[in-house]
Design a protein. Structure first.
Length: 273
């Protein structure tokens, strides 16, 4: 995988400064303590991936309302462990589970528990973690096994399940599929290839908010990421070099209406009684 990335970069040497700056900012974010309660000017400088900040900050904000220390958290589908940038390691004990072993090996943080596994069959006992999170992973699970995935999250959670994901609804309030379809079309026209994550969303089928009531009775469902704002900061964020002003563009032009319907995504908070 590493050789493939190096080969692709050598084929397009004009992208080298873009990649180096992105790597520098990613390292800097891990060294700077950022407030997750709101998107400030420092966030605007350090984050070109507004979508990444939005979904992890939303989940972290909910976790911080839960009393107790330490709080044990299982992040299912956590891949590179991004959620750790949003939580104080002194208060939380975080374990990341993902089916992608290569991504887990790149974490390199000894403070994190790391487990390779399938979210539909979690290798843990019932009620093993205070909180179980799933940050933009459910949309990668095939429709036929989404219910199994959700049942496993509920089973190993002692107190809370928190999910962030793009979603659809019959009333049009959530328009994840329409947003992803529009973005995939833009990506194909701009780069002459598919964006793999978005393509996988559409192939697997996005979660239906209308079905969450059956899977998570009594859950709170909050709309996230205004559909039009999401498309704008995604297209800017995927454009080389220009992407480094995405945070400023978002802060100045899009932030005020980002939590207005229609939405690209939802935040589900379910308390286990």
């Amino acid at each position: 995988m590493r050789e493939t990335r190096i080969g692709a970069l050598l084929a397009k040497p004009w992208l080298l400064p873009d990649k180096l700056l992105a790597h520098f900012l990613a390292g800097l974010r891990q060294r700077v303590s950022l407030n997750t309660d709101s998107f400030g000017w420092l966030h605007a400088i350090l984050y070109s991936g507004i979508d990444v900040w939005q979904r992890h900050a939303s989940v972290a904000q909910q976790i911080k309302t839960i009393e107790g220390t330490p709080i044990t958290i299982l992040d299912v589908g956590g891949s590179s462990g991004t959620i750790r940038e949003f939580l104080d390691s002194k208060r939380y004990r975080l374990c990341v589970l993902d089916i992608n072993i290569a991504a887990l090996r790149r974490i390199g943080d000894l403070r994190l528990g790391v487990v390779a596994g399938d979210g539909c069959w979690l290798p843990f006992k019932d009620n093993s973690f205070d909180v179980v999170t799933s940050v933009d992973s459910l949309e990668h699970i095939a429709d036929a096994t989404k219910a199994d995935y959700c049942r496993e999250l509920k089973r190993v959670a002692k107190s809370y399940v928190i999910i962030h994901c793009p979603a659809d609804s019959t009333d049009g309030r959530f328009q994840g599929t329409a947003c992803d379809t529009k973005f995939l079309k833009w990506h194909r026209q701009r780069f002459k290839r598919d964006e793999p994550n978005t393509l996988e969303h559409l192939q697997a089928g996005l979660p239906q908010v209308d079905e969450f009531g059956k899977l998570f009775p009594g859950a709170e469902i909050i709309g996230k990421q205004n559909a039009n704002a999401w498309f704008k900061y995604m297209t800017v964020g995927y454009t080389p070099y220009i992407r480094f002003v995405t945070g400023l563009f978002y802060k100045l032009r899009l932030q005020q209406r980002d939590n207005m319907p229609p939405y690209h995504a939802c935040l589900l908070v379910w308390r286990k009684l």
